[in-house]
Each structure stands twice: as C-alpha cells, then as structure tokens.
Design a protein around this ligand. Structure first.
Ligand code: FES
Length: 131
C-alpha cells in the first residue's frame, strides 16, 4: 500500500517558492533534487550544514542524526534536508544564508547561558561555577 506524498514548499530568500511532493521514505533533499530544485548539499549525512532549512509550518523527522545541529538549533526549528522526512505538509525556508545563521544562534545561546545566574535552568553550569 502506498501513501500520499507530503507537499513541501521550499521558500527561497528571494521569495521564489518551489513546491515538491515528498514520497514516504524519501528525504526532502532527495525529493528536491528529483524535482530539479537547485539546492545546496555536500555530505548527505547531516554533518556539513549546507542543506540547512528553517521549518516554518508542519512537522519533519530527522531519520538520521542531524550531527551538525545543536540543541539550540533544533529548538529554533532548524532542520537538515538531507536527513529529514516530512510527517505532514510543510513550509521550509531554504537558502545558503541559513548555514551562517547557525553560528549566530549558537553565539546568542552561549551568551545567554554565560550571563545566567547560578540559579538558571542549566544546573550543570551552576554546578561547575560553584566548584
Ligand atoms: S548535505 Fe551535509 S548536512 Fe545535509
């Protein structure tokens, strides 16, 4: 039995939108390439960040570890198209500028935890500061 593919809208920073069908068992990157989208990628196993996307609507699952994404990136809804499959119809911001966004998010996250008081939610950091 085959299921209906999910519709994924890839939204580029110039406003262009590619709409692709992603069949079950295919990553978003595989479907985008099959549809003729010019999308950046390199490693295809979650370690280079070239295929970074920003999930705007819908749900995706990483079927292999998104190695290059840190918890702050995942919390901000960043995804790696090479290891992500849609669980619903989705809209995803795409473009090479998103890889650069990851460093800025990590920097902001680091600054926020280093400026926290020892009573912050990051117990491991408080514990380390009290040694
Ligand atoms: S192609 Fe390298 S992380 Fe996706």
């Amino acid at each position: 039995m085959t299921s209906t593919p999910h519709i994924v809208r890839l939204i580029w920073d110039d406003g262009h939108i590619d709409t692709i069908d992603v069949p079950d068992g295919s990553t978003i990157l595989e479907a985008a390439i099959s549809a003729g989208c010019i999308i950046s990628f390199e490693c295809r196993w979650g370690s280079c960040a070239k295929c970074t996307g920003h999930l705007l609507t819908g749900d995706v699952i990483h079927t292999s570890p998104p190695r290059v994404l840190r918890k702050e990136h995942l919390a901000a809804n960043y995804v790696l198209l090479c290891v992500a499959e849609p669980l619903s119809d989705c809209s995803i911001e795409v473009g090479s500028h998103l890889k650069d966004s990851l460093s800025a998010i990590s920097r902001d996250f680091t600054e926020s935890i280093t400026s926290s008081t020892p009573s912050s939610a990051f117990g491991w950091l408080s514990q380390k500061r009290n040694q």
